[in-house]
Design a protein. Structure first.
Length: 159
């Protein structure tokens, strides 16, 4: 997996790996930060289903950007978040950069409230039509209330 550190920008779904793209072969990933014990590969690679996923190195808004070697078509986006430690309301935004365009377009924005020990997992499976996608950006605000939570991502799959 090729990756680059970037500056941060100010219920029953299955994630069968047979249906998703092998991002290791098709793209590089840019990240605003990562904890060395929880690298981004553990959230993006198809063979990393049992891992703890990615975790930011510091609190606050974080960005994960998947940059494709060649523009591609995406029809499914699967996201899984897990929070076992603290109650918080997280917001994430997915943005796409289409071939021959210069600005990212917002695809969707979602908020979710984690309340351990009962509500610890958010799973989202979206059907989309993104043709000639050059890059997909996931921005995570781990606590919209301004707390010191670190962003996490258990799984991101694209198909």
């Amino acid at each position: 997996m090729r990756k680059t550190t970037i500056n941060p920008v100010s219920q029953n779904n299955s994630s069968s790996n047979l249906d998703f793209l092998d991002l290791e072969q098709l793209a590089q990933v840019e990240i605003s930060s990562e904890c060395s014990e929880h690298p981004v590969e553990s959230a993006l690679l198809l063979n990393e289903d049992s891992g703890a996923g990615w975790r930011a190195a510091s609190p606050g808004e974080q960005t994960i950007r998947v940059v494709f070697d060649q523009p591609c078509a995406i029809e499914r986006i699967f996201l899984e978040f897990d929070e076992q430690q603290q109650s918080r309301t997280q917001e994430f935004v997915l943005l796409g950069l289409i071939d021959n365009e210069s600005a990212y377009r917002e695809i969707l924005r979602q908020q979710y409230h984690f309340s351990p020990p009962n509500t610890t997992q958010e799973i989202e499976h979206y059907e989309v039509k993104l043709n000639r996608l050059k890059a997909l950006e996931l921005r995570i605000i781990p606590d919209i209330g301004g707390g010191d939570a670190c962003a996490t991502l258990k799984k991101l799959r694209l198909g």
